[in-house]
Design a protein around this ligand. Structure first.
Ligand code: SF4
Ligand code: SF4
Length: 333
């Protein structure tokens, strides 16, 4: 994260502490539509019924939900957000309210819509890349999408946008696959930051076979991060979350830290599980039995190491330790 954004997040966390707020969002996963122009193997969003896939969230509803939560950051996903005709207006209104906005996309429509957006210090494209050419095209089930995404990233970079990538790894990936992809994104393509996630047992996903178990996840990332690579890559995660991924730290899940708001409402308890929806963020916080979730409490959580549950834990642990705060600032390893 740019230093200015890290400082803003630090100030937000300090404010919650001073006000003794127990549960608060760091980032909202906003899904203003479920429709998509691709059919990726691991995605359950596009499994929604036809009438839901046709819906688009009104701009006012999207902005009001984020404002009600008070989160300083918003990650807009879907579906494919660029299929929402007013997505640029949602982004603009969130930026006007001083939110840090990540716009997730598979990048196929990015060249067509890029003129609707302007570079902004609080805005970044987050492009979905699941591997190098063959692996990515297999994952999205369409040949040529990797090359389209790479061309779109280059164009966005050339126009002065901040560009990040988001990659999910599955049990078919080897440490070498992780290394080759992250080296390519980091060194050859020069993306600003990369986000990584172990494939998780997402309830609605059609492919339920290739999720990583916790031991597989730890072994995969431990091998990939070795020989100084972890430090070299511009990963968009706190050091403690990366420690967690490679098995050097154990954490409990903090599902309320990255809540998800979609056309169906606020999703209980997190982006991955589907235990109902609430109309408001307040209702989500007050009526969810948070202690019922996490490893050892809910069997559905037993293999989950996803960033939406564990990055908030890592961020809160970072803020609670001077050493970890300095480490996160990049001064220590
Ligand atoms: S691009 Fe994203 S939303 Fe679309 S099918 Fe793939 S994972 Fe799902
Ligand atoms: S461990 Fe946390 S983030 Fe993962 S599925 Fe369970 S509640 Fe959700």
């Amino acid at each position: 994260m740019p230093l200015r954004q890290s400082m803003r997040l630090g100030a937000y966390l300090a404010k919650q502490k001073i006000k003794r707020v127990e549960k608060f969002p760091l980032l909202v996963e906003l899904e203003p539509l479920f429709a998509c122009n691709l059919k990726c193997a691991g995605c359950g969003k596009i499994e929604q019924p036809h009438d839901v896939l046709k819906k688009r969230m009104p701009v006012e509803q999207a902005v009001a939900a984020v404002l009600e939560s008070g989160a300083p950051m918003v990650s807009i996903a879907g579906g494919e957000p660029l299929m929402h005709k007013q997505i640029d207006e949602i982004v603009r209104q969130l930026l006007d309210r001083n939110k840090i906005v990540f716009l997730c996309t598979n990048a196929v429509l990015l060249p067509k819509h890029i003129d609707k957006f302007r570079p902004h210090r609080n805005f970044a494209w987050m492009v979905h890349i699941d591997g190098l050419r063959d692996r990515h095209d297999e994952s999205v089930r369409k040949i040529g999408v990797f090359d389209q995404a790479v061309a779109a990233i280059k164009e966005a970079k050339a126009r002065g946008f901040r560009v990040m990538t988001n990659t999910t790894f599955f049990d078919t990936d080897t440490p070498n696959d992780v290394i080759e992809l992250l080296d390519y994104l980091n060194d050859d393509l020069g993306v600003d930051n990369m986000q990584i996630s172990p494939g998780y047992a997402y309830e609605r996903a059609p492919d339920q076979e290739h999720w990583l178990g916790t031991e597989q996840t730890r072994a995969l990332f431990k091998a990939a991060f070795g020989e100084g690579r972890r430090k070299k890559w511009r990963l968009n995660h706190s050091p403690l979350f990366l420690d967690f991924l490679e098995g050097r730290r154990e954490f409990e899940c903090t599902p309320w830290g990255i809540p998800s708001y979609s056309l169906l409402g606020w999703q209980r308890p997190c982006y991955l599980l589907d235990d109902g929806y609430t109309e408001t963020y307040k209702e989500l916080i007050e009526t969810t039995e948070w202690d019922a979730y996490g490893r050892g409490r809910d069997p559905r959580c037993s293999n989950c190491m996803a960033h939406c549950g564990y990055e908030p834990t890592a961020v809160l642990a970072t803020m609670g330790s001077l050493r970890e705060t300095i480490r996160a600032a990049g001064v220590l390893n």
